[in-house]
Design a protein around this ligand. Structure first.
Ligand SMILES: [Zn+2]
Length: 138
């Protein structure tokens, strides 16, 4: 019975928070040298994302090795280099290299700095409308 009235948007909200949390755990484990545990946390996070079909947010997807699906933590499990306008991230576990254009990231960062300096508040655009719970529908 309960299944019939699953509140998907709420489940996904919880899933997203769990994913964020699992990545936090993974980063901490890597810092502690517990790579195997970190790997498990990332694996779990990916499974939660699949189960609830939320996908991993971009900033978290960048922290997963496309080769071995392990956590990429710069200075620990990954080497990050910027060269020729490209940012390459090398997984120190399996050697997979991912290259991304760096310019976009630079521009975004500069923009963020400028807005914070001028003291303006930046409006937050909410993309996931499905998180909004309408009153009376629950
Ligand atoms: Zn790897």
């Amino acid at each position: 019975m309960a299944r019939r009235f699953r509140k998907k948007h709420l489940e996904r909200d919880v899933a997203r928070r769990r994913i964020e949390h699992l990545f936090e755990v993974a980063r901490r484990r890597v810092r502690e040298g517990e790579t195997e545990w970190a790997r498990r946390a990332v694996d779990l996070a990916r499974r939660v994302a699949m189960r609830y079909q939320t996908g991993l947010p971009t900033h978290l997807r960048d922290q997963v090795c496309p080769g071995c699906k392990g956590p990429l933590v710069p200075g620990r499990t990954a080497r990050v280099r910027v060269e020729g306008g490209k940012k390459s991230t090398t997984c120190l576990e399996c050697g997979t290299v991912r290259r991304r254009p760096y310019r976009k990231e630079q521009l975004e960062r500069r923009k963020a700095r400028e807005t914070s300096r001028s003291g303006r508040t930046v409006p937050v655009v909410r993309r996931d409308e499905d998180l909004v719970v309408e009153e009376g529908t629950a």
